[in-house]
Design a binder for this molecule. Sequence first.
Ligand code: ATP
Ligand code: MG
Length: 394
Amino acid sequence: MSNGLEQFKINTRIRENAEDLSAALQSHMLKVFAPDARKEMRRFSAGEAADMLGISGSFLRKLHFDEKIPDVESTSGGRRLYSATDLLDMRVILEKSAKTPGTYLRGRRDGDKVQVLSFLNFKGGSGKTTSAIHTAQRLALKGYRVLAVDIDPQASLTTLFGYRPELDFLESGTIYDAIRYEDPLPFSQIVQKTFFTGIDLAPGGLLLQEFEHETPQALRANIQPPFYARLATALQEVEADYDVIIFDCPPQLGYLTMSALCASTGVLITIVPNMLDVASMSQFLQMSADLLDVVSNAGANMEFDFLRFLINRYEPNDGPQQQVVAFLRQLFGGEVMISPMLKSTAISDAGLTQQTIYEVERSQFHRNTYDRALDSLNLVNDEIELLLQQAWGR
Ligand SMILES: Nc1ncnc2c1ncn2[C@@H]1O[C@H](COP(=O)(O)OP(=O)(O)OP(=O)(O)O)[C@@H](O)[C@H]1O
Ligand SMILES: [Mg+2]
């Protein structure tokens, strides 16, 4: 009896789909930016510059008027435009005459340990990569030295920095090569500069999946260091160069994620406020606790400075969402971040061209839409910055 459907071989069909999609993506990428064109960082307005420096617009103008800071590029209309390097130079100058040391250079001081943040949840699409990159960029714009580490085989974070993960690291290697069991590369060899001033990238790629496959065998052979200590050990070589290290984790609770957690000092669990996601997070937390017990017994470091739930895709006018958020706040209290990340078409539209809110020009968007997204991201990231400062005892 025919049901109107034709049978097909699933392996052939999926291969055809994969090939069509790969070709279409390639042509989309070519349209978005030319194959060799690297991303470039835009310049910032005086208002944006003042906000990042934490000073008023009038003080910034006065600094120029008094020639306390070098002049910067300006538009034909006379509006000043600041590059990220200009901002860093100004920080150094302003810090010299700051009343309180550390007002303009807020990174690590002698004796402070590097802060390592993991963005985590095994729910796919909960906003791990989006929040990780916006946090990395906001912190870099505020003068912190940031290392972004992509431990997701999907390599979304690497792609967002304008790299093609399957082509660009054939020689230099990816995170996989720095933590693999056989002959690992020095971490410094795989670190890439990025277009974004203040951020280096340890790229990810599909090969990372091998780490999941090789770990059981390595455990049987007792290869040292064990999986949970491999990222922490590999990072030691470079960590003095950074104030903050940010891990973008894959949507699964595998050996990679455990290794990231064991290298971390803080964890941000991204959660979309609906009941299905909360139920899924409940299982995730259970499983994490069980696995962490195991690695803790094996001797892994479990000392953390903070854990926060970061609400993403928040829609303030959605009643059921508000109830879920209230439920989470009641349950977890101060562990739920005060500011949520709003659901915004500015964030998803920027994502379509592989950009962030900090990369796109405000003029490309409806003003209110852009401003609301920007405000929400700034509030979230400034809250994270406060946690870093607190962890350093300030
Ligand atoms: N606040 C937001 N508003 C609108 N769109 C968002 C928001 N946060 C994330 N998105 C979009 O949702 C999609 C998934 O987000 P993202 O890739 O950050 O999730 P993820 O948790 O990293 O996913 P995965 O588990 O696959 O790694 C992206 O297209 C992103 O642009
Ligand atoms: Mg992701």
